[in-house]
Design a protein around this ligand. Structure first.
Ligand code: COA
Length: 336
């Protein structure tokens, strides 16, 4: 979890370092790449004046980003996330997602069920980020600097039903290790197989997942695959999925495109059903029109999950040791 340190003018140097590490964002928002200390100080003071909460996000003592919100905007009675800025060198590691999940938990604790953000029209990477996190466009406006803004809104569902697939990332190191340790100490077979990778050197484990996705350094005959983690609003890693980009002969018979698992303490809560549903969308993005999902013939839970996600039974496959595999196809072209 991040530490949220209330930002004050006394911390302006910290904010300055974070802000000025993002020249592109500064340029699209204010037309210049670097802000002066006085300009940043003025923003901190303005947040205090309008009653906004403004925090420096810290992870293990490192300053990661700045987050500002207004719980109640008097002019439209909406809650706004005014700023989420992650330090440039921390981009691409899941910190933005994690900050957002924590912020949303905080809002739920205040019984707030939706909130808004304004995104500068030309800030393309930001639109992709907010789109991925379930925001819907609800309007547009022009601000006092004559910048066009798109207004997005997100409806917050009760946390139990709100889970996401995220790419393995550094920000979830502690949460992932807890997932791994729990599964390992259960003594159960680790499924999908990628979760058996030792995460003690976390960076190198992440790198191996990235390499597999890019198809680099794969053993002979292996196909590229993508791994995602299923997380809830508390950033708890509930499960994992591994999506093979195409089938080879053994995957066609007995592995299928998608392998998944839910940590023992989180089973029988519907998470695997949701995990497969979300994974099918990822498979569709990867261009897989017909997804093969398989399970051992005695894995009743998995069979139900596959059927509930539209699985159509194909012929079974019997492995050399006599184990019977049930094989199902799911058409992704009908999914939205
Ligand atoms: C199989 C697994 C993914 C199920 O995860 P889960 O989150 O408990 O599944 P869900 O809660 O979505 O349950 C799906 C269905 O299976 C049923 N189910 C779950 N566990 C069950 C069990 N042990 N016995 C019988 N049915 C079970 C649920 O009741 C539900 O059926 P319903 O919706 O008709 O009531 C999980 O047990 C697991 O990770 N096992 C080890 C790895 C594995 O086998 N992966 C699948 C490889 S193909």
């Amino acid at each position: 979890m991040f530490q949220w340190i209330p930002s004050t003018v006394g911390l302006v140097e910290v904010e300055e370092e974070i802000t000025n590490s993002n020249p592109y964002f500064n340029f699209v928002s204010k037309g210049k790449e670097q802000f002066t200390r006085d300009e940043i100080k003025a923003e901190i003071e303005e947040a205090g004046r309008v009653g906004a909460g403004r925090f420096i996000l810290q992870d293990k003592g490192n300053n990661i980003g700045v987050l500002e919100y207004l719980l109640h905007n008097a002019s439209d009675h909406c809650t706004w996330l005014g700023l989420l800025l992650i330090k440039k060198e921390c981009h691409g590691q899941g910190y933005g997602t994690r900050a957002l999940l924590q912020f949303e938990q905080f809002l739920r604790g205040k019984a707030i069920s939706k909130y808004r953000i304004g995104v500068i029209a030309e800030n393309e990477p930001a639109h992709r980020f907010w789109g991925r996190h379930g925001f819907q466009k609800v309007g547009a406006t022009i601000n006092q600097d004559h910048k066009e803004f798109v207004i997005y809104e997100k409806v917050l569902h009760p946390v139990s039903s709100e889970v996401w697939l995220v790419k393995p990332n550094l920000a979830l190191e502690d949460e992932y290790k807890s997932f791994y340790e729990e599964w390992k100490s259960s003594g159960e077979n680790m499924v999908p197989w990628v979760i058996s990778k030792d995460p003690s050197n976390f960076q190198s484990m992440l790198q191996s997942l990235t390499d597999s996705e890019l198809g680099e350094g794969l053993p002979e005959g292996w196909v590229p695959d993508s791994t995602y983690w299923l997380v809830d609003g508390n950033c708890r890693v509930l499960g994992a999925v591994n999506i093979r980009h195409r089938l080879n002969e053994s995957l066609y018979s007995a592995g299928g495109h998608i392998g998944y698992g839910i940590r023992p303490s989180e089973r029988r809560k519907g998470y695997a059903t949701k995990l497969l549903e979300l994974s099918l969308l990822k498979a569709k993005e990867l261009g897989i029109d017909r997804v093969l999902v398989v399970c051992d013939s005695d894995n009743i839970a998995s069979e139900r999950i596959i059927l509930k996600n539209g699985g159509v039974r194909d012929t079974d496959f019997v492995e050399e040791d006599g184990n019977m595999i049930k094989r199902f196809w799911i058409n992704t072209s009908v999914l939205e």
